[in-house]
Design a protein around this ligand. Structure first.
Ligand SMILES: [Zn+2]
Length: 222
């Protein structure tokens, strides 16, 4: 009993238990501090204001706490190649060019450099594997409702097809030439040249990259 009373810090924590929100915001603080979206139990035990097991117990599991905080799960066994590639795709589109290694550590990247290094050994190899992934064709039958409408393809391109079209167009709007590479934050759309509603198919030849302003302007005209 005497020992407990000596520990003033613990006594205070018993009186005012930390809320879930405080735990989450502390997880996010550590992520920001360490410049990573994947906070491991060990990293948190170094920089966190609370004991990591307190966090894990409160949210059931450590990974669940991370998900609640909007962070990446730290265990890379759970990160599939596909998710590593999807993250690269997101960065490529965001920057309008091949992403750089250091850009993994900042938004909008949701997976830090570590898993890429361990999975692919070098950044160049990761990019090469990614290009193979992006160039692979999707084998996905169109949804029944789309078959009924007489289409051979579904309305929405897969992420890979979207990426290939934008890559082909050098991540630039085909109407005005704008690119996120020159104007960071610009949103690109992949648009049907012959509208899908008019029988246009979702194939590379019938798709083009448009910037958001041009694409929205176009839909207003139609
Ligand atoms: Zn444009």
């Amino acid at each position: 009993m005497a020992e407990m009373n000596n520990s003033k810090f613990q006594l205070e924590r018993v009186r005012a238990p930390v809320t879930n929100e405080e735990l989450i915001s502390d997880l996010q603080r550590v992520a920001k501090l360490a410049g990573t979206n994947a906070v491991s139990f060990r990293l948190y035990s170094e920089f966190g204001n609370y004991h990591p097991s307190t966090v894990a117990l409160r949210f059931g599991t450590w990974n669940h706490a991370l998900r609640t905080a909007g962070l990446e799960i730290a265990s890379e066994r759970d990160i599939t190649d596909e998710r590593l590639f999807e993250n690269l795709m997101r960065l490529w589109e965001y920057y309008g060019r091949q992403p750089r290694f250091r850009e993994l550590a900042q938004q909008p990247s949701v997976i830090s450099a570590g898993p890429y290094q361990r999975r692919f050994r070098s950044w160049m190899n990761a990019l090469e594997q990614f290009v193979m992934y992006a160039n692979a064709q999707d084998v996905r039958p169109p949804a029944p409702v789309e078959v009924a409408s007489g289409h051979k393809t579904g309305r929405n391109p897969s992420d890979r097809l979207r990426f290939r079209v934008m890559k082909q167009d050098n991540f630039s709007c085909r109407a005005c030439g704008a690119s996120p590479a020159l104007r960071l934050g610009l949103t690109l759309h992949v648009d049907h040249i012959k509208a899908w509603s008019l029988g246009g198919e979702t194939v590379e030849e019938n798709l083009q990259t448009l910037c958001e302003p041009c694409n929205l302007g176009k839909s207003n005209v139609l």
